[in-house]
Write a protein that binds this ligand. Structure first.
Ligand code: FES
Ligand code: FES
Length: 156
């Protein structure tokens, strides 16, 4: 066991655990942050999608020892604070489009959507961009996700 320090949702945290433990389990089991969901643990389903230093990543596939003390992790719980509001525009778009069905994949979908829009630096979101989001939804909410991303992008 060793100590690991980094930042989550604007707060510095220190946890004691083995180096090889994946960050998803640190977030969920040690820090009680349950927005990032467990689906596959293999960087395939994308249910755990969160941000590291503003970019999309999958904490199920990153060892806690590979997170640097200066790294800023953002989960869906910390997303509204990044815009200083109760809801991020992408979350509002999700509500307006009534996207969620069971909801399990949706935190990851929203985090992937926000990272995509940021990466475009104001350029229009294309069909190819939307095709590039690989987050799996077992409920098949993909058409509403695509509409919500377009709406959210317009407000970001
Ligand atoms: S649980 Fe992380 S990608 Fe599936
Ligand atoms: S809403 Fe059920 S898995 Fe996506």
């Amino acid at each position: 066991m060793s100590m690991h320090t980094f930042n989550v949702n604007g707060q510095k945290v220190t946890v004691e655990t083995d180096d090889d433990v994946r960050l998803l389990w640190v977030l969920r089991d040690l820090l009680g942050i349950h927005g990032p969901k467990y689906g596959c643990g293999l960087d395939v389903c994308k249910a755990c999608t969160s941000h590291i230093n503003g970019k999309s990543f999958n904490p199920c596939s990153v060892r806690v020892a590979d997170i640097k003390p200066t790294d800023q992790i953002t989960t869906i719980e910390g997303l509204p604070a990044t815009v200083g509001a109760d809801l991020h525009p992408m979350q509002q778009a999700w509500l307006d489009q009534d996207v969620a069905q069971c909801g399990y994949c949706q935190p990851g979908q929203i985090m992937a959507a926000v990272a995509l829009v940021k990466s475009k630096n104001g350029a229009p979101i294309t069909e190819a961009d939307l095709d590039g989001i690989r987050n799996i939804c077992r409920c098949g909410t993909y058409p509403r996700i695509r509409e919500a991303i377009r709406q959210g992008a317009a407000k970001m």
